[in-house]
Design a protein around this ligand. Structure first.
Ligand code: BGC
Length: 770
């Protein structure tokens, strides 16, 4: 039954705008309005039947624990995000869940954020593509998504109060585009607003964010739901576009809404709009159906995990392991794997694969019995380390499982450093000093520094957090059943002080200033030449790939087409990530050296080549112009680049774009430089100035041209105070009118290039082999 909001009483309307309890909305049985059931999210279904909480403390029903977003980000594989979304929807439906609270697509601003394991990347394009495909697949299977946490929620410290102070260009270019992509491409049922303030205003009351940007700029038609307990002033929230408060307030805030409408302090029309959006969500309501297929979920969890781990180092081809090799398996994570993060996303897994057991299955096929030593632990750490070292001395390869414990990182608090615990560093170094070969397998949610032990070891396989099938996935990767194909979705710095937000994270006295602006992650490292330990986009394979050709050309006024041919030049099948960056310094703002604009993951048999085609729209070249308050493609030189990571460019094609010259009308507040530099007014003005000077003094004036530079930054108003009536008011008035005229005449020209045909493009193509 379709309920019209205006058929409901004001009390009924208000009742629909907050939860009944922790996870569901209030039904109105007499009006045919059912209750909507929500649950976390994002990498599994956390269905709580009793003892509800938002910190993952109480029991939840068993569900597949898929690799958290930190891993899916590293997969660079939109199909992985989509397959996970579809399977989570199937599991949600078995519990009668209508909306899953995810995905989390906040940008990893600092490696210290306690919740980075729940987010995809430091890059908004990668985050947006993965988030959109997750949402599309989840919703295609009949379950709504809640994209979170909107917006600028990039830390846990003081997360319920802190004001993120971010300029608009940085918001538009870094912190909003992933949300924009998900909203415009996947139409999520809901967007979850964050706890924090954005530039002084709570996200849950931020009209600019929830209405101007989300609905007007991006066309969002779903409902905004509050993060759990994010409401400060409910009435201001409704006015700002915050539709559904979760969880319930026991009726207190419903009464506040009713009261405000009755007193004329809140528009009844806005309340009805919010009610309409909440009612639209009831279309998702369906009875519980099907049964959890734990095997299917687990198999998928393993496949996704295998596609996500990143091989960082593999000196002398120590990996893949030979099944016949004698191997010492070391570290507590080999028997008690770390595979998910703490807090509201915590899943009660259907089963857990143990790395040691899974490795033994491989080695056992050739009769090898793997030896195990914990190597660290409370109490007698020295004795445990000595035992592990002895074992490592007598085997061909030592595989050390290291990382962060669940207590080291979680929702609710940030980390204080990025080093591995000291006992693990000591263990790795001691083992590496005696073992013929040492492999380190890492499990952690937030980035960890690899120094000072990195150079001591032969191989590093970074698993991040791989979900409940981490054990078997890691074993398959270590023994080469699967070829690693993950790439870093986040820069690994050499040390914490090398990170761009270091001085401004997590802020102080209630404010966190995003002082690094758009220079987050690789945008900072590559622009300043601050060498990371491993750059964004980096990842090794058991095979090799070559990039044989890049072509880029303008196809029409708004599109550049690029094609890249890649070949698997090595001995085994593998999946390669083609990364396309755009590099430019065009325009009036400082731009990162390069930015990721497209990517594709391709599956290649040994010797196989494929050509990947990309389409770059104008946004791929645009910056956010804070004067125009719009996206602008600046005229100038651009390079389309293929990188094997953000620092290693293997092919490049130059383009010159005509772009758009937006001419602001001149005013008395415009500087002399702006007046003289105006393409239409400037020449007229110069001519006038010259004519006003007696002919015999003109030569002298030319000499004074240099002095003019000194007043270039002076607004006309102030300049006139010095030079009196050099420009009569009527003359200035007509020049300003001329500038207004030229602004309206100016059509956005979009992008053009001098090299619009393929043959020209070929001529300037530089191709390098990876
Ligand atoms: C988290 C959300 C989560 C909600 C419900 C909040 O504390 O920030 O991500 O969906 O709790 O558990």
């Amino acid at each position: 039954m379709n309920t019209d909001p205006s058929d409901l009483t004001l009390e009924e309307q208000a009742a629909l705008l907050s939860g009944r309890d922790f996870w569901s909305t209030k039904p109105l049985p007499d009006r045919g309005v059912p209750s909507i059931v929500m649950t976390d999210g994002p990498h599994g279904v956390r269905m709580q039947r009793a003892g509800t909480d938002h910190l993952g403390i109480n029991h939840s029903e068993p569900a597949t624990c898929f690799p958290p977003a930190v891993a899916i980000g590293s997969s660079w594989d939109p199909t992985a995000a989509a397959r996970m979304g579809a399977q989570i929807a199937a599991e949600a439906r078995t519990h009668g869940v209508h909306i899953v609270l995810g995905p989390g697509i906040n940008i990893k601003r600092s490696p210290l954020c306690g919740r980075n394991f729940e987010y995809y990347s430091e890059d908004p394009y990668l985050s947006g593509v993965l988030g959109a495909d997750y949402v599309s697949a989840l919703q295609a299977a009949g379950v709504g998504a809640s994209v979170k946490h909107f917006a600028a929620n990039n830390q846990e410290t003081d997360r319920m109060r802190v004001s993120a102070e971010v300029d608009e260009r940085t918001l538009r270019e870094l912190y909003l585009p992933a949300f924009e992509r998900v909203v415009t491409e996947a139409a999520p049922a809901t967007v979850m607003c964050s706890y924090n303030k954005v530039n002084g205003v709570y996200a849950s009351e931020n009209h600019w964010l929830l209405t101007d940007v989300l609905r007007h700029d991006w066309g969002f038609t779903g409902a905004v739901v509050s993060d759990w307990g994010a409401v400060s002033n409910r009435v201001a929230g409704v006015a700002a576009g915050m539709d559904l408060e979760m969880p319930g307030s026991g009726g207190r805030t419903d009464a506040e809404i009713v009261d405000a409408v009755r007193k004329g302090e809140l528009s009844g029309e806005l309340v009805e709009q919010s009610v309409g959006r909440v009612l639209a969500l009831t279309e998702l309501v369906a009875d519980a159906e099907g049964e959890l297929d734990a095997d299917e979920g687990h198999t998928l969890a393993r496949e996704l995990a295998e596609g996500s781990a990143v091989l960082l180092r593999n000196e002398g081809g120590v990996l893949p392991l030979d099944r016949a090799a004698s191997v010492a398996v070391i570290g507590p994570f080999a028997v008690e794997p770390r595979f998910q993060g703490g807090g509201s996303s915590h899943i009660n897994p259907t089963r857990v694969d143990v790395p040691l057991e899974a490795m033994q299955e491989h080695a056992g096929r050739l009769g090898q019995q793997l030896a195990f030593a914990p190597g660290t632990g409370s109490g007698n750490a020295d004795a445990l380390r000595a035992e592990a070292v002895e074992l490592a001395r007598t085997t061909e390869v030592a595989v050390v499982f290291a990382g962060l414990a669940e207590a080291d990182e979680s929702e609710g608090f940030d980390r204080e450093g990025i080093d591995l615990p000291a006992d693990q560093v000591a263990l790795i170094r001691a083992v590496a000093a005696v073992a013929p070969k040492t492999v380190v397998v890492l499990s952690h949610g937030g980035v960890v520094a690899l120094d000072p032990w990195h150079d001591d070891v032969d191989a590093v396989l970074d698993g991040f957090l791989l979900g409940q099938a981490a054990g078997s996935a890691l074993a398959n990767l270590l023994y080469g059943v699967t070829n690693p194909s993950g790439h870093l979705a986040e820069t690994i710095p050499q040390q914490l002080t090398d990170t761009p937000s270091f001085l401004n994270f997590p802020g102080e006295q209630g404010h966190v200033r995003y002082g690094e602006g758009v220079f987050v992650g690789y945008r900072y490292h590559s622009s300043l030449g601050v060498l990371p330990r491993y750059p964004f986009g980096y990842g090794l394979s058991y095979t090799t790939y070559s990039t044989d050709l890049l072509e880029a050309r303008v196809v029409d006024e708004t599109t550049v087409e690029a094609s890249v041919t890649v070949t698997n030049s090595g001995p085994v099948a593998g999946k390669h990530v083609v990364q396309l960056y755009v590099a430019t310094q065009a325009g009036p703002v400082r731009r990162p050296v390069r930015e990721l604009r497209r990517f594709a993951k391709v599956d290649l048999a040994p010797g196989e080549s494929t050509t990947v085609h990309f389409e770059l729209d104008r946004r791929a070249f645009a910056y956010w112009d804070s004067v125009e308050r719009d996206w602008v493609v600046a005229p100038g030189d651009y390079a389309v680049q293929v990188g094997t990571d953000a620092d290693t460019i293997v092919a490049e094609q130059q383009l010159t774009l005509v772009g758009e010259t937006r001419l602001a009308p001149l005013t008395l507040d415009s500087t002399i430089g702006e007046w003289l530099g105006h393409p239409v007014v400037g020449p007229v003005m110069r001519e006038g100035m010259t004519a006003a000077i007696p002919e015999d003094q003109r030569e002298q004036m030319a000499e004074q041209e240099d002095q003019l530079r000194m007043v270039e930054s002076m607004p006309m108003q102030q300049f006139l105070a010095f030079v009196g009536n050099l420009f009569p008011p009527e003359a200035l008035e007509s020049l300003m009118a001329l500038s207004r005229q030229s602004t309206t005449d100016q059509q956005p020209t979009n992008i053009h290039t001098a090299t619009t045909d393929a043959s020209d493009a070929d001529a300037t193509n530089t191709t390098t082999t990876a």
